[in-house]
Design a protein around this ligand. Sequence first.
Ligand code: PLP
Length: 259
Amino acid sequence: MNTYTSRPVVLCLSGHDPSGGAGLQADIEALLAQGCHAAPTITALTVQDTVNVIDFRVLERDWVLAQANAVIADLPIAAVKLGMLGSLEMVEVVQEILQKLPGLPIVCDPVLRAGGGGALGRDEVGLALRERLLPLASIATPNLPEARLLAELPEGTADECAAKLLPYVEHLLITGGHGDETEVHNRLYSRDGDQHSFSCPRLPGSYHGSGCTLASALAGRVALGEAWVSAVRSALDYTWRTLRDAEAPGRGQYLPRRL
Ligand code: PLP
């Protein structure tokens, strides 16, 4: 054993993507790159490639609770990252887990679709997530299509979605990667009225796992003690670099290179 201080531990509750672009592998790699240790609890298994999702299966409640409980009893969790949950029951299981971790920073990536458009949970999962998990989370990181689903505003702007969602969650980062302007505008809203906008040049191509990379990097930055606005900026910058350096090993989307 060495005498170094341990890296901050981030509990990840996410699905597994066998292409390695998104899900828990994205979490582990992005956290490693921030200097954190990922403790990955699997919520769901997916069958997918870089093109799209073929199928998914949510794990049994007892298995998810047992995984998370073992880690919580043993490791000093510094932050939590939520990814794909996949079912209403899994939203309840995660609510039960989070209630055991009061006061920790919690980053919620409201995953409902894969990058290729395939569903990773019905829309009701998004609404349950809004009602039950956003109030326990410190920040949610939807892209604009996800924010519209959560806010039930199919044509809503980022500002309109934020007005609807801020009563549920303290901070909201709505990312603009799914639009078509030459600049990507990412907007951070806080319940106290504070607002920040972060812009970056749009990169060509479609990416698999960009949302997972961003949310995990953000959880890592806050686990390291960085304040929210600075942590959001660092996580966005890191994610942009992983997309700039992305690889296209398959027939579909590019995979972020999370060094
Ligand atoms: N989590 C899992 C397990 C996934 O398979 C996916 C997408 O395929 C996502 C999350 C979301 O990916 P993205 O970061 O591209 O939104």
